[in-house]
Design a protein around this ligand. Sequence first.
Ligand code: PSU
Ligand code: MN
Length: 303
Amino acid sequence: MTAEGIRWGEAAAQAWQAARPLVALESSVLAQGLPVPANREADARMRAAILAHGAHPVITAVVGGRLTAGLDGADLERFLARDGVGKVSARDLPVAALRRADGATTVAATLAIASAAGIEVFATGGIGGVHREPAFDESADLAELSRCSMVVVCAGAKSILDLPATLERIESLGITLVGYRCDEFPGFFTASTGLRVPARIESPQEAAGLLRHARAMRRPGAILVVQPPPSAEALPRELVEQAVEEALQAARASGVRGAALTPFLLGAVERHTAGRSLRTNLALLEQNATLAAQVAIALSDTP
Ligand code: PSU
Ligand code: MN
């Protein structure tokens, strides 16, 4: 099946035909963001959480140059083994198509594919944002959030970023930001950042209502729903701040820039927290998948 040039995976196509609520997932977190074998655990836990709540998971990717909704089977295995799979942001999609390449989609590229496929909800760990350094390194995730009409569930943006600047850009770009049962913008590994969100919601139904209102107003962008990591797995702020400082120093020393920077910083933080950040990461991915499934169900109840 094709819609807007999208190739649907078999299970995803069946779920779509059966009008099951769908939740989009990114593939860059599997192929670049998390190490092997934690990436396989993340995939299993997110899928299971979404299915258990009555929705259907749809991983987006570029497979042999084709925009894909529903990465599965041998293709998914190649991505989990990260066999010749590059990191693909929104701008890279035409190049990956031309080269018939495999590409793991970032939040930005996932938004582009999922919104073209007509999927309304997307769960991820943390979005990209404004980097502390070098100047002008701002993730394409933000620009894409400003143009794709979807509910995006995440645990804020990672503390490797400049969070106050990221919040300012979210405002400038007109992205609707709400805390799910929280008043602070979470720092991905940490529940608290001291930064307030402009509004708070209490239920998946309210998240669904926001998307419906935004669409009725012809607002182009996303509804960004943030929630802190599960409290049992959240890390102390000082520990994360120290780890980020050391990670940034290492990035400076080895001159890492561009698309390689985010995966590099994530890996460095994981080493400096002796793997604790990895457990946090897996737990919040699962929690976000669960909430996204509930939002997808709520949306299917309110046409
Ligand atoms: N957050 C995570 N793990 C990740 C990423 C974010 O917890 O792997 C990835 C996402 O795919 C996000 C990307 O879209 O990093 C941002 O990269 P950049 O800063 O190069 O835009
Ligand atoms: Mn960048």
